[in-house]
Design a protein around this ligand. Sequence first.
Ligand SMILES: [Fe+2]
Length: 347
Amino acid sequence: MRYMPMARVQTGMALGQDIYDGEGKLLLGRHLILEDASLEELLRLGFTGIYIDDEFSEDLTIAQVVRPEFKRDALEIVHSLFLEHKNYSMEQDNIQQVVMDVLGDVMGNSDLMCNMLDIKTYDDYVYFHSVNVAVLSTMIGTACDMNQEELDILTTAALLHDVGKRFVEEDVLNVKRALTEEERIMIVQHPKLGYEFLKDNFDFTPEVYESVLQHHEWYNGCGYPLRRSGSEIPIYARIIKIADVYDALTSKLPYHEALPPSEAVEYIMANAGAEFDPDLVDVFIRKIAMYPAGCEVSLSDGRTAVVMENNEEYILRPKVKVIPTGEIIDLKKDDSARNLTILELNL
Ligand SMILES: [Fe+2]
């Protein structure tokens, strides 16, 4: 399986993974041979790229931190929380189950990095985003050696962090221009609205509510709604803040194109100590692959290659497979590759 930007996806290519909509419903299944209609559908929904299977990438399996079916369950649950409701105690059980599943996978794969680009539809951003932020936050928490109880709070709060957006009109969430003052006021209310909604309808530990409330606080005290700073902000909220911004920057949104992982990490590093907790930023950057597996890169000798495997200790020197020869080069181990570097990620 390998990643293909939509501009290079062609009819006849085989889909390398199941593609879901924001409700967790299957849109297109793995192995499907893409035709004009399915291609148009993918473009209409705002996908920026997909994973495909081809002969060249046959030997390339991408290890995923959380299995796709758990992510799908999580999508379904977050989506249902945005609908007018019904039976919240049942929802609580569903949330706890999905949190356990995600947590189990992240803990079991603690050696893995965030290695895949997320395949999401544009309109359903908030649901995909919630699930990604949950996975990324849990990865950071695991790397910080949090215990099971702490991770449970973290994953739950991360999954639910933006639920207050259910009270903000969709037109306001999706505006493609600078916000008016009135719209800005509506949006900045979502942490508080989410906090109240969860507190009134669910029975989680108070740290879950507090962390949802404070996920837009800044480390230097310039965030909202309480303008807390440093360790006054719960560690869960400080972690969610990093995962939230990383996922937003690497997504195509109404007001910006998707940034490659390196540029999103650059932004987060540049704002460590201001927006973000610098110690947590140090942990976070070790978990993000600059060159995700399956992606095409340009090498310094003019060749292009597909990334096969990343190494946490040498994030700029993964193992790659050269196009079209199939030569495999381990940029970390191979002596012959000592002078070879990756110039850029071709997204
Ligand atoms: Fe938010």
